[in-house]
Design a protein around this ligand. Sequence first.
Ligand code: FES
Length: 575
Amino acid sequence: MKSHNGDWVPAAGIDDLPIGGRKLFRHYDKRIALFRTERDIYAIDNRCPHQGYALLQGDVKGEQLTCAWHNWKFELDEGGACSFGGEAVRSYPVEVRGGQVFVDVTDPAAEVMAPQLFGSLVEAMGDVDVGRMARDTMRLRQLGTPLAEVVKEGVTYGAPRMEYGWNHSLATLTDCLNLASLFEGELQALPVVQGMSVISQTEVRRPHRPRPDPIDPVEVYDSLEDALAAYPVLVDDEQHVAAEALMRGLIATGVAPDRIRHALLSAITDHFLGYGHPMIYAQKSFEMLSSIGWEHADTVLSPLVPNMIYSTRYDRLPYMKKFLRAWENESPDLDEQVAKQNGVAFDDQAFRTRILDGSDQEAFAALNAVLNDGVSVEKILNATSLAASERLRRFDIDLDADDTNEWGWLDVTHNLTYLDALRWAWSVSPSPELLRGVYHAVWFVNFTRQFDQRGGADDVVAFPVTDADSVLESIRAKDPEGTQAQIAGFEGPIEELHGALAQGASEDNSVAPIMIAHAVKTARASIVESEVVGSREPMMAAGRFLASPKRERFVFNATLEAIDFTKGRARGEGQ
Ligand code: FES
């Protein structure tokens, strides 16, 4: 029976559904549970929205249905509204005609469903209800909604709430969207659900961060050029309100994205900001905008400002002192080094060894020399990427389990993720300002030599495998050296290896959101870097990290620090 009023189909004879009775009715892929109470007849989805058990086996009291498994309660006379639990069950209109129960199985139009599902998705984020986030994502996919639209909801939920501006949650969501294309079919939703879960866990119940209103850049700074030049100065002076008002003003005025980007990147490389984080966040923010559209620039870019302002200036810490002294002594002419690039030959292996194993001064000298020779920055980035990968492959995994020191895996993975972000930055804004970022990358690789396992990395004997599932199993089994040996020896299609790394990062192999963030970021960076440099080494490095047993909780370390704190001891001061 089909009319413009719906698609009514006969579901049961009224005599087969006595008062107090229930019956399952199938219609194509639908499973509909019919209930008859003293008052009425109801039709609802048989699958409980909680964990999918059959509602037909639930308990009905009056007009209330209780699921037998975990007691979620649904009001049958209120369209399946959920009165205990997390989500309503879908109900269907019912009519009785000529002794027959008819159900209208019409699915609402996508234009009606999609806004409801987006609303439900936001509620799910507010409840950190991963199951509902996953269900809403899949339902939206069924309607043909692109994953970028789902992610946009995560951005508009998370970005305004980030207390100190950009953080790992938004970076993770960006990389999760990037990784989705490496999955097949419906599983493409997996990394996106992971990213949405990280956003909600990190930002749930936070108020929106107050933001200054945008200013008119020309009125305040006389010209756009002066306004753009003022931005890094304001960041340097830690003038948060003025800097964010200016950034918002530049966006509102319609200044070209590449000019805004260069101002942001220049401020980032004025110092080695935040152990590389602001550079990574800048990369992710522009990647996100290319997925969801520049019209969201104010939402996505303005939180970069507080992150940059509050980031540690690593060049002011003792860590960088020797390297910077070498830099000051030499005072390289960055303009000249940018202009000088040519096709000169480059001993990339010697360069790699010097930045990996040389002193601070030797690492600086190695970079300065090749730039003075005119070696292209791309070649230098490639060699530095391989050195960064080796650093991850040499990392002393035992350090991560030792709560008496402050360093661990996360301090080393940034070598690769920073390098990948810098590669992006250089590709869009090659300039003397960005060349400073290359010096920072070399310092970073060199500085983290202290975390190598004694004796350096074990030689990897490639273990030939053709099935990418074997690599994934190795990650799940927490076998770091076996994982990198399999990646080295992988003989199947490379896309399948990419997929295994993406899945290893997106599954539940990590628990703490910060670990998931680094797993996803490192996996994504390694895939890109491996492609660009034409080597498996970045993926081997990421595989070793993903498969490594890691310290995921920080309570013991926090307690040890607190003991020192109450004794007034400063770090690095000794007993
Ligand atoms: S499956 Fe119904 S309440 Fe859990």
